[in-house]
Ligand binder design. Sequence first.
Ligand SMILES: [Zn+2]
Length: 411
Amino acid sequence: MLMWFPSPYPDELFYSVLCRYYLSSGIKEHYLVKKQLFGTKAGVKMATLYPNAAVHAVLSQLPEGVFDGRDMILHHTPFLYYARMHPQQEREVLLDDLLQGRSKTPTHLWRTFPKGDYALRYCPLCIQEDTKIYGEAYYHVEHQIPLSSVCVRHRCRLKQITIDNPRLALNNKFYPLSTMETDREPDMDVTAAELQVSELVREYWRLPASVSPPACNNLYQTLLNSGYRTIVRQTGLNIDRAKLYTALCGYHEAEVVKKIFGENISGTMMNRIKTWEQLLPDRYILIQAMLDLPTKTVFDPEPIWDNLREKIGRMAKQGGFCTLRQVAGELRLKQYEVNAILRYYDMDPFWREVPAGKSQTARKGILRCTVDEAELERIRQYSQGLGYHCAGAFALDCMRYVMEKAELSRR
Ligand SMILES: [Zn+2]
């Protein structure tokens, strides 16, 4: 049983608290301190980004009620960042597994974790500030999430501690930040996009544990509204993925985009983004930063407006005499595109069905009207513009329209 354990500082990483325990224990041998902390589970990896059984192992060595495991996982590990895009119920299951010491890293995260020489990171100005306030420096949770490159508080670039074979080393030994050789010179040369991405990472991590993606996808809708829309015959509306990829490379460093999305955005990837099935927040965050969309809007259960649907809905409601060609002209779209959109929105056509050509059925009745040449020309032009093959067909349809309206109002 551990008799004493340090209280975590604000936003302190769980591993950092372990390091401070090590420091204050006065014991030099790392394995002995690991044994004290984890008991029979002394072989546990204690510095992974996604929390594991280490939290449960330490807390079960402490007298009951000293620390709240839930609080430790939510506020002292990046758990909420990595579980943010899960439905709330699934997140609770993941959390419960960790609290019970059954740790399973969600498989979608395995591939995305940084490998090689990625080590813990720090901000030189946070070190100064923390040392002043708390008497020692410590690792902050939000600095460790790989997508983040800037300390949001001080707007300077994060730096990485120097150790050999960091992944192995950090899991086996304690490297308290206050004992590490650190670069004290802040590097303020950061881009607006980098800062913005780091701010979003922090927001995704800090949102209340109950917040998950809503039923609507306002991020996707904003893409549609912002000119990344293409219209496809079969599926209706889609995102122009090549255009989006190019725009992302223009906004962020092309290298960053390549690291997060790969060489391009595949159709499957875009679908997973649209349906929130993409579980790592990184891709959403890069798109969101470029669109300058607030996190509140992304997680808002209220759908934002759809500018195309709004426009087409207004036209449908207005009613009156109109043809498909006219609607397409007003929307500056092709006729097949308007049809595809209507299918996508599950709306009924609200225009006159223009006959394709001269009717084959024998027509005996003849209707004549006399007009002067100027007016005839005007009628011809008008009927052509609306898509009628001749002025007579247009005239006939106008009369039908008036009669249909009259019948409708009589009902
Ligand atoms: Zn800082």
